[in-house]
Design a protein around this ligand. Sequence first.
Ligand SMILES: Cc1ncc(COP(=O)(O)O)c(C=O)c1O
Length: 444
Amino acid sequence: MTQHAINMDHQWLPFTGNRQFRQDPRVVVAAEGLNFTTHDGQQILDGISSLWCVTAGHNRKPINEAIKKQLDTLDYATAFQVSNDKAFQAATMIADLAPGDLNKVLFCSSGSEAADTALKVALAYHRARGEGHRNIFIGREKGYHGVNFGGMSVGGLPANRKVYGAQLLPRVDHMRFIHDPVDNAYIHNQEPVWKEDPLLELENRILALHDPSNVAAIMVEPVAGSAGWYLPPQGYLKRLREICDMHGILLIFDEVITGFGRMGTNFAADYYGVVPDMLNFAKGVTNGVIPLGGVICRDFLYEGLMNAGAPEHVVEFFHGYTYSGHPVACATAVATLNLFKEEDLFARSAAMAPLLGDAMHAALKGLPNVIGIRTLGLAGAVELAPMAGAPGKRAFNIFLDCYHHGVLVRAAGDNLVLCPAFTVEKAQIEQMVGTLADSIRRHA
Ligand SMILES: Cc1ncc(COP(=O)(O)O)c(C=O)c1O
């Protein structure tokens, strides 16, 4: 197939510069392991597990076979008032992996839907126990919780918010960003230690301003992924948990990226030793193959809504999607979670993480324009000084150049991120990091 055989007149590409893309199309037509084949026959190494999704590598037979079998058994059934066996099976497996009493799974199809679902659970729960006035949400600057109105409002990426103005949710505030470019520009496979406590601002300013009794929930990514792999200071998430407990505020972890093994543990919640009240997931739960997302809730949230006093035939939580618990998506999740276990892939993620971190620090530190490198878990970001007057352009140019030299990296602002599949080999890490280093040199 040549690029001329593809009619590009009709697909409006998401989060992509469409005009640039048409001049320089990047179209994949096949994938195996960590490799893509493009429309013009090039091989590209997937350095980002296809945006944090394909953590077991591409084209895994046990997953594909499970999907085919499910299609021939139960293709789809409505999710309302009727359910399906695979949805219960997937929910059980997910609850078993989750820490503490995170036991009740609400399914949806994406991380964005998970964010809005979690926010709605928070409001419904508080109202059910007579605290409907708790309706403020707190997120964090540069947080990403998808693109629906709830997640976008609690999220803190300026470019995603700026054109939606007054239609963003009104009662939302944001904590300061977790980046210390002075003392912790370089984070090498360990948690950064800050001299100051960034959560003093939450306690002394934000909660004091709104009064904690009005706050429904705080939602954060344990590690800020989309912004460019920004790691929380040591003790930050434990402290956040304590503050939430002190004030009856629900704590939501958005683990769409960190869930299912990225930190070498089931969830980042396990890595950091903190159990949130809700945990959002998507992406890796199905190896990215079929869309599936969800929110795992602690028992008390479910019980709170079950015991709100309505008759039993009445719906307790007026929320759900046509595709909540889709049998094909859930069969995919069951097969993926089994594969993670059979191949011990979270342990593999933990084992490969220091190799990636070491390779990035060794090859990239000191290169032109590099102002930071952050690695922990099986992911890392190199931060570049922005071009004068053109933020993001330097990283975008390097992303394109890496692609044309056979490696898919992710540009996030002026960061370049690597987050390969857990099945990555050492030689592939060297190829990714080497290609990135060469490209950074070419763009000096
Ligand atoms: C932390 C987090 N939350 C939510 C989302 C949105 O997920 P989706 O694109 O599936 O809606 C993402 C996507 O990258 C994410 O990283």
